[in-house]
Design a protein around this ligand. Structure first.
Ligand SMILES: [Zn+2]
Length: 347
């Protein structure tokens, strides 16, 4: 068993205003983190992002830009939004609509020409909404319901709505969009790392043997990635669209993290390198935000459910024991001083 990871990554959910680029990168180096993933406002934070990229390169870190244009952020794009059966617009763009594909590719071209990123990682806003509000990986503390999408004008003309094959059609549209982004990114920057965040579980059926021990089992039937969100990230890896995926395995429970890692390993023969399991730092655990059941708010915000340095240490040991070579953390704002020496031991 290895005692260190080849690559340790961390997501930035925005760049901290109070720290300089030098301070940020110095902190990562103290923790042995060599792959920062920057999710920041490419318009507003332009100067700061440039400084962080330069500083990262000065220290030979590999820096990735988070790219997420799947969400409806701007009402000028409302014609591209997913629509529910009752006509309600969803806050997500419809990946099937060719006008949406054009928009996403143009935005990607813009980010890649403006920033010297070594990699692009896709955020999780690319799926077909089922309308489910349940989301145990980044819990919202809300109840869940299922309302299938998409009934937008494009889908009404072209999709086999409510017919057999509708789900496959949607999965294929999402996969095609990812493939087009990968192709453009690699054309513009040969050698670029192209990756994506991934929702877990991939398929609920895998967890049947542990059903009684999983407090979120019912919710997972909604949020499971392939059948619930019409997102087949395993296929993206198989087709070579992405070099690796970052499953969002944000739990306090070692068992839940292990089982979800096992599922990834059962799906991809080279998961040791193509799957960088994303571990939650601090308050970023389903147990902390969601509580210990599918009922939102049930015993939520218990400080004992945070991933402190000791918990993280145990989860990292498990990752090595399972044979994983790379790992990721979410997110920088939850990285505490007590995490740093623990992480540093793994590089
Ligand atoms: Zn649509």
């Amino acid at each position: 068993m290895n005692s260190t990871f080849r690559r340790m990554a961390i997501w930035f959910n925005g760049l901290p205003a109070e720290a300089s680029a030098q301070q940020i990168i110095a902190r990562l180096r103290t923790a042995g983190i060599n792959h920062p993933f920057i999710a920041a406002d490419h318009e507003r934070d332009r100067a700061k992002i440039q400084e962080v990229i330069e500083e990262a390169h000065r220290h030979e870190l590999t820096i990735h830009g988070d790219f997420c244009k799947g969400r409806l952020r701007n009402q000028t794009l409302r014609d591209l939004a997913q629509v529910l059966k009752d006509g309600t617009q969803q806050p997500l763009l419809c990946p099937a609509n060719p006008a949406c594909v054009d928009y996403v590719l143009e935005e990607l071209r813009r980010v890649l020409s403006a920033y010297a990123y070594d990699g692009i990682t896709l955020d999780d806003g690319y799926y077909f909404a089922t309308g489910a509000t349940y989301h145990p990986e980044a819990p919202t503390g809300r109840n869940f319901t299922v309302r299938p999408a998409c009934y937008c004008a494009y889908c009404q003309r072209h999709a086999p709505i409510e017919q057999p094959g509708w789900e496959d059609w949607k999965r294929e549209k999402v996969t095609a969009l990812i493939g087009k982004q990968a192709q453009l990114a690699r054309e513009l920057k040969p050698g670029l790392h192209f990756s994506s965040a991934a929702h877990m579980p991939y398929e609920l059926a895998y967890y049947e043997p542990h059903r009684a021990e999983i407090p979120y089992y019912e919710g997972w039937s909604i949020s499971q990635c392939r059948r619930g969100r019409m997102v087949d990230w395993v296929e993206w890896v198989r087709r070579g669209h992405v070099d690796f995926v970052l499953p969002m395995v944000y739990y306090h429970s070692r068992d839940l993290v292990r089982w979800q890692t096992d599922e990834c390993r059962s799906l991809l023969p080279n998961a040791a390198t193509t799957v960088w399991v994303g571990l939650g730092l601090g308050t970023v655990t389903a147990e902390y935000f969601q509580g210990l059941s599918d009922k939102p708010g049930d015993r939520a915000h218990d400080p004992a459910m945070k991933n402190d340095a000791m918990v993280l240490d145990a989860q990292l040991q498990d990752q090595l024991r399972l044979g994983q070579e790379n790992v990721a953390f979410f997110c920088y704002s939850e990285l505490s001083d007590e995490h740093l020496p623990v992480l540093a031991r793994y590089r």
